[in-house]
Design a protein around this ligand. Structure first.
Ligand code: NDP
Length: 365
């Protein structure tokens, strides 16, 4: 990377007076971007040496470009998969590229007719503090007027909340009176799934790790029951809390939990497979038993499929506003773990992958 920067500077010096002016302006205005580059593929838990921190001066905006100062960065489980070499549902981050991620922040410079200085937006351009982007970039979404903190638009009112909404409603198709089980129930996606399930009239059982998270799921999120998979006998508790069997299992975790749930699925059950975080740190994910192996072997098979939130991209705005109303009315509660300091992003990712986060994991930059 150092070589590349040296090459770029040399090209500027030789080739373009304009480029030198831009760089000087960037330095004077103190428009500096700090970013994480992926430098190594992890084996197991991603350690600090998987990334290098890089700083670049921001050059003058061209027409239709904006500069966004990121206030909060979202830390999500899917990031681990993108650090692997193999293709998943999205292409891997290449070595030397900016680490993938979404942030929320304000436009601080604009040469765009679409966005003006001061506009609040979310943008999916990776672990960066100062983001230059074309205004046509599809991942830039305007944050609606709200009294809520902007970080919420990375969680309950952002990608995880919409994931919960689409996965539950479009794949899970809940009906009043049905039994819904949701794993990682205190987390960003799971907490919204559970509460939407209650609003749909379902009997909802959450699964979470440890007594504190389970108490939160029962008493704050108001799910009917919560199983502490670290301390309870999962199968016994599932039988006790789901006397009529399970109609929908919202899969976030995989592993032993899926095998236990599979034993109680009713005929006609639906399983939206959102993720299976218990396997994300595997050194050979292709050899792992996934929910598809477990569910596909059942007779009858439940209706199950992996879904990705971007399938419903054209409905993002409408769905965010539905979720926004629920939060404003107090029908949906949320919780965040906000870690101060961009330098703590790698540890925050490890926390998410080991359950140390409690609610949506955010980095305050
Ligand atoms: P969360 O906020 O729920 O954080 C992750 C949680 O997963 C942890 O807090 C922990 O909760 C649980 N967990 C971590 N490791 C394990 C493990 N080994 N076994 C069991 N549980 C574990 O994350 P999100 O809500 O952002 O993501 C939840 C799931 O949704 C993930 O699988 C993610 O990949 C998926 N997802 C899928 C999307 C899609 O479009 N398909 C989009 C967004 C997310 P606890 O302490 O309770 O165990």
């Amino acid at each position: 990377f150092k070589q590349k920067t040296a090459y770029e500077i040399a090209s500027c010096l030789v080739g373009s007076e304009m480029c030198i002016r831009d760089r000087i302006k960037g330095i004077i205005m103190n428009y500096k971007n700090t970013r994480y580059l992926l430098t190594k593929r992890p084996e197991g838990m991603p350690e600090d040496d998987c990334w290098a921190i890089d700083e670049e001066a921001i050059t003058t905006l061209q027409n239709n470009e904006i500069l966004i100062k990121a206030d909060y960065l979202s830390i999500d489980p899917y990031m681990r998969g993108r650090m692997n070499d193999g293709m998943s549902y999205a292409a891997p981050v290449q070595l030397g590229e900016v680490m993938v991620g979404e942030s929320v922040g304000r436009v601080i410079e604009s040469k765009s007719n679409k966005y003006k200085i001061g506009d609040l937006v979310t943008v999916h351009k990776g672990w960066q503090t100062c983001i230059k982007a074309k205004d046509s970039e599809v991942t830039i979404l305007r944050v609606p007027d709200s009294k809520l903190p902007s970080s919420v638009f990375l969680g309950t009112l952002g990608m995880p909340g919409r994931t919960a909404f689409f996965g539950l409603n479009r794949v899970g198709m809940p009906k009043s009176g049905e039994t819904l089980v949701v794993s990682a129930a205190s987390g960003a996606v799971g907490s919204v799934v559970g509460q939407l399930g209650k609003l749909a009239g379902c009997h909802v059982v959450g699964v979470a790790g440890g007594p504190e998270k389970s108490e939160y799921v029962r008493n704050s999120l108001k799910l009917d029951h919560c199983i502490d998979y670290k301390n309870d006998n999962i199968l016994e508790k599932l039988k006790e809390y789901c006397p009529n069997g399970i109609d929908i299992y919202f899969e976030n975790v995989g592993g032993e939990l899926t095998k236990n749930v599979a034993q109680l699925l009713n005929k006609g059950a639906r399983v939206p497979v959102c993720g299976f975080i218990s396997k994300y740190n595997s050194t050979d994910i292709r050899s792992e038993e996934t929910p598809f192996h477990v569910l596909g072997a059942l007779n009858p098979k439940p209706k199950h499929r992996f879904f990705v939130v971007t399938e419903w991209m054209n409905e993002f705005e409408k769905t965010t506003s539905v979720l926004h109303e629920h939060v404003k009315n107090g029908d949906i509660k949320y919780r965040e773990t906000i870690t101060e300091g961009f330098e703590n992003a790698p540890q925050a990712l490890r926390d998410v992958l080991s359950g140390k986060n409690f609610g949506k994991q955010i980095i305050k930059i």
